[in-house]
Design a protein around this ligand. Structure first.
Ligand code: ADP
Ligand code: MG
Length: 694
């Protein structure tokens, strides 16, 4: 249960002044629909109204506050024309301009001959100063109501500064003093204000410098967010580790049977990583290890060898894939190898229903299946293992940390967890996504891989590229054509892909297929299967498609508007080719007017195929948020922390989380209540629930 002290913060935005049914949707779009979302909505600028010049001294574009006398009104001379009010001081005249104004209101607010304080941005019109829609019109005796400094917030269409400011002020007034959750030494060393003071300060910048990421207030807020993230991950990991582990020590008979049947040897990196996995398995505490390695670096065989070990030690293994088509693909490759060792393997996906499903479930519960491969369907309540000992999660970081462990939770006696990812992620980001998981990296590629010939080509030369594709198809090649990622809507993505599809189909006929995110998964799978079978030569796709699919015969990857993609994404797409015997090409088509940064980013792709290097460079060039492309990546969204500016805090947070768990693993000690508040404040409550069920 959420601590009561936080209730007002998780109330609906409509509880705030000035927010009602009419503009609720706008606030939802801007920040999210709750009071707390407004607290996290930090200003990105400020207005300084302290300048008090005379009319003769004002400069274009400046925000000023003037003390002026109303000289006379000039109502509109034509329909819908502006209403003007001419103001003066002893140095000259200045015009106030109002569009769609109500005359009676203006006459009341600005009576002729009266003095008013006017604050707003100065414009020059035909060399005469004017202010259109002043921000403030105040009687001299009410000067106090005119703020000297005001924060400027990011806005959304239809919502102005005033209502946002008012709502944020309302949210701040609801923010309670919260108990200190952080280590007092760290708080002192960093000079952190209390949470509440930090919030107030972050929303009341006094200078440009107060808007920077490195102020004590912003660092404090960022630290809290990072600590919540790290603490949640640490709790989960602690639980996964300590609660129910067991030692799996196979003799290695099945492993040898599988290896002996392979036409190749493991690489040194594979041998090293396998040894790391085996050591974890032998250890009595539960394993939680991440294996990172490029597409094609040979992770799958390691997963199989580890699963075989678990089976030999008397248990069962499960392999969780993110999509149906990937589950099938893994099943096919794994099964051909597993058969050689006599392993009994099955697949379970959402599409397997009725009697077939019932049959699998009963064999699984009876221990007649050694390895079960599947999708989310494996997580369903009635999927019951006789003795699940080992879980592999193949993800392109699509599973959340809790899902990863949900499968292991099905084990009666505890299961080891191996997570595999082909997305190269810089170390700092690995920490935020995977927390303190042990990490193994496969850097080396299996021998015999031919480098992919990567070219960066201007979109000006599209006709030549298309000619080349037509020739390549004539020579029997298979080609992926990835269409531009359009930021606006999925629909425009689709339109671009459809146009290209139609164009290529006119040239190549029925050999061209199209797959996109709006298709039903069965339709998608059918097109992918046709491409895999060689019935299609060209596969036009939006990036929302499943790119994990293996088509060894595909040797050309064309990516339109490559400058719009993250490098890590390009790297993954490129990894779809170069998997077979033929030599492969990747054409990165860039906008003719792509800027300098975009070009140098694309050149990195030409220079290296090392995914980790590419990821580090991408992070350096673009920053963390953009790099992973937010939601789909499974990257936790940080609202206050900036992973670059606050990378030192990330490490402190990890250390503190570790220390908390080491001292007080069940969160029962003196700081525990405060830490719980922190977890709920940042909505890491799933970790708290986890704590309870344990
Ligand atoms: P990943 O899962 O990392 O994307 P895979 O395990 O699918 O990579 O391996 C890609 C291809 O390389 C597969 O066809 C696999 O059989 C092959 N392979 C894996 N390890 C080796 C090796 N040591 N030597 C030669 N080929 C290998
Ligand atoms: Mg693979």
């Amino acid at each position: 249960m959420r601590p009561t002290i936080l209730f007002p913060l998780f109330a609906d935005v409509t509880t705030l002044p000035g927010v009602g049914p009419r503009n609720k949707a706008l606030f939802e779009r801007l920040t999210g629909g709750r009071v707390v979302d407004l607290l996290w909505h930090l200003p990105t600028g400020l207005v300084d109204r302290r300048a008090r010049p005379k009319v003769a001294q004002v400069k274009e574009g400046e925000v000023v506050t003037l003390s002026l006398v109303v000289d006379h009104h000039q109502p509109p001379t034509r329909h819908r024309g502006p209403y003007r009010v001419i103001m003066r001081d002893d140095s000259g005249f200045l015009t106030l301009v109002f569009f769609h104004a109500r005359a009676d209101w203006l006459v009341r607010t600005l009576p002729e001959g009266s003095t008013r304080l006017i604050s707003g941005r100065v414009e020059l019109f035909q060399d005469r100063p004017q202010i259109t829609h002043p921000d403030y019109i105040v009687k001299p005796e009410e000067e106090d109501s005119l703020p000297a400094l005001e924060p400027l917030y990011p806005l959304t269409q239809g919502l102005g500064q005033k209502p946002v400011r008012r709502a944020v002020e309302g949210a701040l007034s609801l923010a309670p003093d919260l108990p200190e959750w952080s280590d007092p030494d760290l708080v002192a060393r960093e000079g952190f204000p209390s949470w509440k003071r930090a919030l107030d300060a972050a929303h009341a910048p006094q200078s440009q410098a107060d808007l920077e990421a490195d102020t004590a207030a912003r660092r404090r807020l960022a630290y809290d967010e990072l600590l919540a993230n790290q603490l949640a991950l640490a709790l989960v990991r602690h639980r996964a580790r300590k609660s129910r582990g067991r030692s799996l020590q196979p003799s290695g008979r099945l492993k040898r049977a599988i290896l002996d049947a392979l036409p190749w040897q493991l690489t040194n990196d594979q041998v090293r990583v396998l040894a790391e996995i085996e050591a974890d398995m032998a250890d009595p505490s539960a394993m939680l290890r991440l294996v990172q390695g490029d597409v094609g670096s040979g992770k799958t065989i390691l997963a199989l060898l580890a699963m075989a070990g678990a089976v030999e030690a008397g248990g069962q293994a499960a392999f969780l894939a993110p999509t149906e088509i990937l589950a099938r693909q893994h099943f096919d490759t794994l099964k051909s190898m597993a058969d050689k060792a006599g392993l009994r393997m099955e697949i379970l996906t959402g599409r397997i229903k009725g009697r077939a499903r019932a049959d699998i479930l009963s064999r699984l519960a009876g221990g007649e299946i050694d390895i079960l491969v599947g999708t989310h369907a494996l997580l369903t309540g009635d999927v019951d293992f006789a003795d699940l000992a080992f879980v592999v999660v193949d993800e392109q970081h699509r599973f959340g940390v809790f899902q990863r462990l949900a499968l292991a939770e099905k084990s009666k006696r505890g299961a080891d967890v191996l997570v595999m990812t082909a997305t190269p992620i810089p170390r700092t980001l690995t920490m935020t996504i995977y927390g303190d998981m042990d990490v193994s990296r496969i850097m080396e590629k299996p021998p015999g891989r031919k480098p992919i010939d990567t070219r960066v080509v201007s979109l000006d030369r599209l006709p030549e590229v298309i000619d080349g594709i037509v020739r390549a198809v004539g020579a029997g090649a298979q080609i992926y054509w990835v269409c531009p990622l359009v930021e606006l809507t999925e629909k425009s993505d689709l339109a671009a892909a459809e146009d290209r599809f139609v164009q290529l189909q006119q040239l190549l006929g029925p050999k061209v297929g199209l797959v996109h995110g709006r298709m039903k998964s069965a339709e998608k799978d059918a097109v992918m299967a046709a491409f895999k079978a060689g019935d299609l030569s060209v596969l036009v796709a939006t990036t929302v498609i499943e790119v994990g699919v293996d088509v060894p015969n595909a040797t050309i990857m064309v990516i339109e508007h490559a400058e719009r993609f993250g490098l890590a994404q390009l790297h993954q797409l490129r990894g779809r080719v170069g998997r077979g015997a033929g030599s492969s090409t990747c054409m990165l088509l860039r906008a003719a007017d792509a800027g300098e940064v975009a070009r140098s980013r694309l050149n990195i792709m030409r220079e290296t195929e090392d995914g980790f290097l590419i990821a580090e460079e991408d992070l350096r060039l673009r920053g963390a948020g953009e790099m992973l492309g937010t939601r789909q990546s499974g990257m936790p969204e940080f609202r206050l922390a900036d992973l670059e500016a606050h990378s030192d805090l990330m490490e402190f947070a990890r250390d503190e989380a570790r220390l908390v768990i080491a001292r007080d693993p069940d969160l029962k000690g003196p700081r525990a209540d405060a830490l719980r508040v922190l977890l709920y404040l940042f909505e890491r409550d799933a970790a708290v629930k986890y704590l309870k069920s344990g």
